[in-house]
Every structure is written in C-alpha cells, then in structure tokens.
Design a protein around this ligand. Structure first.
Ligand code: UGA
Length: 432
C-alpha cells in the first residue's frame, strides 16, 4: 500500500519505518528540511534502539522515502497519517492542536482521489470531527474518510511495540476504510494483535484512557511505596502480590520517581481538560496528576533525610537523567526538578547518562556531566540511581567509589538490598 506519514517525530518515523518494513511504500514528510536531509543520510533525530538499522534497510530497498514536499506525498499516497505533536498549551491543561489543524488544511488542498486520513497523533475527543470539517470545506465527502488510529508505542521499545502490539484500534464507521486498514495491519493481526474497530471518538478516548490508566497504576504503587517505607514492607512484594492477580496485572507496577516523558503528564492533563469541557469531573485522574506532581518533593525530602539535612557541598551523583531508560528524552523527567533544587541548596552534582550531556543543566555552575560511570561516582557522597539502564545494574560500586562512606539511593530498585548490606554499602531504595 502507498502511505505517507506527516511528521517524522517519534510516532511518524517509527510507524513509517515499520510499515515500510512490512512491505508498504512509505513517504515520511516533515517541514524541517535538515531533519529530512539527515534522514536521507540515515542520521536519526531520536535515540531509539534498532531504528537506524531499520531506516537504513528500508531506505536502501526503496520502500522508504523522505521528503519535505507534502502535496506530492499526499498525491502519491492512498493512506495519509497525521503524526504531528500535540503538546500541552502554555500554563494550561489543554492540548495545542494547531499543528494537526494546519496539516488538515494542507491535506484539504491536495485531495484529488479517495484518501484515508488517519489521525495517529494523540488528540482530544472530537478532533477527528474537526479535521473532517476542515477537509470537507474544500473536498467532497466521498473523496476522503477521517479515521482515528492511536499508537501505543513506548519510547525505547517502539519497534517491538509496533510489531507486536496487543491491539490495533481503528476508529471509523466507514466500512471501506475499515476493510483497507484491516488489510494494512493484517501482518500484525496474524501474529496475534487484536483488531478492534470502534467509533472515531471512542478510539480517541481509548488512547487517553490507556495512558491515564497506566499513569494511575504507577501513581498507586508509588503512593503505596511511601506507606511501605513507613511500615518496613518491601513494595516489590506488594507489586508481585497484587500483580499476579490477572484482573490487576503485574506491568506498570514498578515504584519509582514521578512518571515523566512526553505522554503520561501531557495526556492526563488533556484528558482532564476534555472532561472539564464536557462538564465532567475526573476526580481520580486529577488526583493522579496532583500526586505525581508532589512525588518529586517526597523523593527530595528523602534525599535530605538520607544526607541528614546537610546538602551544602555534598557530592551527589545522578546515574541517568532522562525520564526512563533506553531513551534520550528529557521531557518531564523528574531530574529536571531534582538536580536544580539540590544544586541551589549547594550540592555539587555530577551526572552520567548513556545518551550524553544534557543542555538543560548547562546553566547550573555546580552541575557537571561526566562521560563515564567511574568519573561520575568515584568521589561521590551519594549516588542516585535515577533511571534503570542495564549498564547501571552491574556496577561494582565498592571498586569504583573511593569515598568509603558513600550512600546509594536507588530510585528504581535495581539493586538487591541484601547484597548491598553484605557489601556494607549504605543503601536506600524506593518503598523498601
Ligand atoms: C507511554 C505508553 O506506555 C505508551 O503505550 C504510549 O504509546 C506512549 O506513552 C504515548 O502516548 O506515546 P512512554 O512515555 O514512552 O510510553 O514510556 P513508559 O514506558 O510508558 O513510561 C512512562 C513513565 O512511567 C516513565 O517515567 C517511567 O519511568 C514510568 N514508569 C513506567 C514507572 O515509574 N513504573 C512503571 O512500572 C512503568
């Protein structure tokens, strides 16, 4: 099939490359000419394991093309995916849909034969209706169909999540589009993915509901972790104990720092905004947002108590600063609050991240990047495991840290407290 992806961010690029790998002809379009020129040279704008190989392979095979020419891409494709960003508006909960509407406008000027227009961007309920309205102001209704097809890709696992999804959600009441899209996704359905056809609004809500539910699960376990710390219970036991009940499920029950990234914080806010506009109060999602916002303060308090309230001039090392492992994404990472706070209190902070130095910390004079674990840790008073990269799991801390009384605060529970005790390392985890 001939597809075009408008927007080569996470969603557009990963989906485009994976669709090409399934044998489709895909044009990835972006208005950023540098990005497109780089992609043609296999320079990938994001850190995503396995993506560069897949881009290379499919570009060379001619199934994958990169372009800045939107009208040409639309003309050549029968299925058009809108994959642009929908960030939160400044100081609001509302999603900024300007990019989606601008793309819809451009699509409306370029339709000459039947096209399926798919919204893959995460958009509030009724956005599909508005996109349809924009296009129908210039194009006859029988020449296009607007469908919602949300994505469920995790950064760092995006290719696997694309190839082996639990489900494919297609929000349309148009039978022709439904048939074509079922065919497009057939290779994934035949591997076990459930194909679910819903209303367009239903599909739009499923996306937000999924992220809000997962954010709720994490927040729930994070709050229980606070309780476990008071009652000397291991949160890991609780996660396993409740997660083995199939009605609950064990995934997304890892306690840790506040959830971050480009999706959960933004999408929970947008869901609340959508509900407010429909005069519906989502008390639970509101509480999740509040609780997550307060989580960083709780962990900072813990750091203060671990350091017996003496932060000034203490050497604190952060291992990993992105919002989670296997990504270079800093968006809404809790380190963005923790590091500046500790730096303002006079701590000397060194950090190491496998994805390199982060511009966000350049303005803080007592925050420095080290390009290896040893240099970051050797003089440390406190080592904070902020993200769960595999390379942090096997560090021989006793060997690399020279300061005998160093402390470890493992915010991802990657180490065994028993092993730490045996090695005489002062160790604190989350909820245990
Ligand atoms: C999330 C969803 O998992 C994807 O299904 C969805 O497609 C994506 O948002 C999106 O809407 O585009 P992502 O933000 O890449 O994916 O990352 P997750 O792996 O879901 O992690 C989000 C946050 O939750 C991270 O800060 C992570 O550390 C935290 N988390 C996750 C926990 O604290 N505990 C867990 O058990 C799981």
């Amino acid at each position: 099939m001939k597809l075009c992806m408008i927007g080569t961010g996470y969603v557009g690029l990963v989906s485009g490359v994976c669709f090409a790998d399934l044998g489709n002809d895909v044009i990835c379009v972006d208005k950023d000419i540098n990005k497109i020129n780089n992609l043609k040279k296999s320079i990938i704008p994001i850190y995503e394991p396995g993506l560069d190989e897949l881009v290379n392979k499919n570009y060379k095979a001619g199934r994958l093309k990169f372009s800045t020419n939107l009208s040409q891409a639309i003309e050549k494709s029968s299925i058009i995916f809108i994959c642009v960003g929908t960030p939160t508006k400044k100081n609001k909960y509302e999603a900024d849909l300007s990019q989606v509407y601008s793309v819809a406008n451009q699509i409306s000027k370029n339709i000459k034969s039947f096209k399926i227009i798919i919204n893959k961007s995460t958009v509030p309920v009724t956005t599909g209706d508005k996109v349809e309205k924009i296009i129908s102001s210039k194009v006859k209704k029988n020449l296009f169909s607007v469908v919602s097809n949300p994505e469920f890709l995790r950064e760092g696992e995006a290719i696997r999540d694309f190839i082996y999804p639990d489900r494919v959600i297609i929000g349309t009441s148009n039978k022709k589009s439904n048939k074509i899209l079922k065919n497009l996704y057939l290779p994934l359905i035949s591997k076990g993915a459930k194909y679910i056809n819903t209303s367009r609004r239903g599909a739009e809500l499923i996306k937000y509901a999924s992220n809000a539910f997962l954010a709720t699960k994490i927040t729930f376990i994070n709050e229980l972790a606070n309780l476990c710390e008071k009652l000397d219970i291991n949160i890991e036991d609780v996660s396993i104990g409740i997660g083995t009940d199939k009605r609950i499920g064990g995934r997304f029950l890892r306690a840790g720092p506040a959830y971050g990234g480009s999706c959960f914080p933004k999408d929970t806010r947008a869901l609340v905004d959508t509900a407010n506009k429909s005069k519906t109060f989502l008390s639970l999602v509101n509480s999740v947002i509040d609780s997550n916002n307060k989580r960083t303060e709780i962990l900072l308090k813990r750091i203060k108590s671990i350091l017996k309230n003496k932060i000034k001039n203490r050497k604190i090392t952060f291992l990993g600063v992105t919002f989670k492992a296997n990504t270079d994404d800093m968006r809404e990472s809790s380190s963005l609050k923790m590091i500046p706070y500790l730096s303002k209190k006079g701590a000397k902070i060194l950090y190491y991240d496998p994805t390199g130095q982060k511009d966000e910390f350049n303005k803080f004079k007592n925050v420095k990047f080290k390009n290896n674990i040893k240099d970051a840790c050797e003089k440390s008073d406190l080592i904070v495991i902020h993200t769960e990269w595999n390379e942090f799991k096997l560090i021989d801390l006793k060997k690399i840290v020279k300061n005998k009384n160093f402390i470890v605060y493992d915010m991802r529970n990657i180490y065994s407290p028993e092993k730490m005790k045996k090695q005489n390392i002062k160790y604190f985890g989350i909820g245990r």
